[in-house]
Design a protein around this ligand. Structure first.
Ligand code: ADE
Length: 266
């Protein structure tokens, strides 16, 4: 634990307390699956952190760091489940990782990159990379006044209209839940959330980023069409490497665009 710093450094860029524009110099890219992260790590020529880690020793979390055109970039991954050896997907690991990365690395911007299921009826196609315009949850049903709204937990994304226009990116609302499949109840809430894409992490990253007032861009590559006729698991596994390639092609362009810009100009 010695090297794990839990107190955030007060940053001169802090949006709520200081009118100075927040300039992007340091970025944390938070990616859940190792297979999604590695093409990006290779494209950006990042190196895995040597001991001692900024994270507690017992954890499977990984960090790959380097510079890209003067920008400091850290790709963080929650790593493999200690018991089962599979990627630590879902909201809990990514929330912890996002929190620890923010307090240790003090990013000016977080990018949550990953895969998502897309709704064809909302314009999604396999391999598309979407920027999330809104985050909400669809598996936190609490039918008690006000807690119902807390459960959905809608958060607006950091506005990035210039970036979206310059890079010609697709945009859509994101709904998050801890299941790859979709129950009828999930479907009803996803529709109420007006979602174009569904994932298993985005709203959790948004919750932490919002708490700590760090701007967030979520970029999700579509691996499967939720309202299509193919089984989700088959489509998800079959399109995983295509999605990872789409992310590793798009994210460096995003990094180049945001580099040294003020968040309010994105
Ligand atoms: N990630 C990729 N496809 C997904 C889906 N259909 N649901 C949730 N997360 C996903």
């Amino acid at each position: 634990m010695e090297s794990f710093e839990v107190n955030p450094r007060p940053t001169p860029n802090a949006t709520t307390t200081n009118p100075l524009p927040r300039i992007v110099n340091t970025i944390v890219v938070c990616v859940t699956m190792q297979a999604e992260a590695m093409p990006l790590v290779q494209t950006l020529n990042l190196t895995e952190e040597e001991e001692p880690s900024i994270f507690p020793k017992a954890l499977p979390w990984k960090k790959y760091s380097g510079t890209h055109e003067g920008l400091t970039v850290h790709v963080v991954v929650p790593g493999k489940d200690l018991k089962l050896g599979v990627d630590s997907v879902g909201t809990v690991p990514v929330s912890m990782l996002t929190y620890a990365s923010i307090v240790s690395l003090h990013p000016d911007l977080i990018i949550n990159a990953g895969t998502a299921g897309g709704f064809r009826a909302k314009g999604a196609a396999i391999g598309d990379v979407f920027v999330a315009t809104q985050f909400a949850n669809h598996d936190r049903r609490i039918p008690v006044p006000v807690f119902d709204e807390y459960g959905i937990g809608t958060l607006a994304a950091t506005p990035i209209p210039n970036l979206v226009k310059a890079l010609e990116l697709k945009e859509g609302k994101l709904s998050t839940g801890n299941s790859l499949d979709m129950t009828p109840q999930d479907e009803e809430i996803i529709k109420a959330n007006d979602a174009t894409i569904k994932d298993m992490e985005g709203a959790a990253v948004a919750y932490v980023a919002n708490l700590l007032t760090v701007p967030l861009i979520a970029m999700k590559a579509v691996t499967d069409i939720v309202d299509g006729d193919k089984p989700t698991v088959e489509e998800f596994l079959g399109n995983m490497s295509r999605a990872a390639a789409a992310l590793s092609a798009t994210i460096p362009r995003v990094l180049e665009y945001v580099n040294a810009k003020s968040i309010s100009n994105l």
